[in-house]
Design a protein around this ligand. Structure first.
Ligand code: ZN
Length: 133
């Protein structure tokens, strides 16, 4: 079993950062050929999303839609002023699980892995736990 931390420096308040290559490298480094790749962000204003990575307009559209559904200013009580980021994080979620076969992540042709930033720019951590089995 292997546990690795991927550090991601984000550059905007709302941003999808493609981390597919870094996760692939973590799986290769683990040496696990059959199993599960578990992803987790230990943050309350970030998330993990597996979705289309080939066309960047898709993640742009997801971010734009989230911002319409959860506007930055609203009837929020949280004093820190970033309730929209917490809500987006809760909607998208902090985890992802991807099967590993023949040493490779089992991703669809168009799928990629994104660290989703909702209150950047910040330095974020993505934990990668690879479980053989
Ligand atoms: Zn907050």
């Amino acid at each position: 079993m292997s546990f690795q931390t991927i550090e991601v420096r984000t550059s905007r308040r709302n941003e999808f950062v493609d981390v597919t290559g870094k996760v692939r490298a973590a799986v290769t480094e683990s040496g696990v050929t059959e199993g599960l790749c578990c992803l987790y962000v230990p943050h309350t204003t970030a998330a993990v999303c597996i979705n289309e990575a080939a066309d960047p307009t898709v993640s742009r559209d997801i971010l734009a839609h989230l911002s319409r559904v959860v506007p930055e200013r609203g009837d929020y009580h949280h004093l820190e002023g970033n309730s929209d980021a917490h809500i987006k994080s809760a909607l998208v979620g902090p985890t992802g699980i991807i099967p590993i076969q023949a040493g490779q992540l089992v991703l669809g042709t168009w799928q990629g892995i994104f660290l989703c930033e909702f209150d950047g720019p910040r330095t974020r951590r993505l934990y990668v736990k690879v479980i053989a089995g």
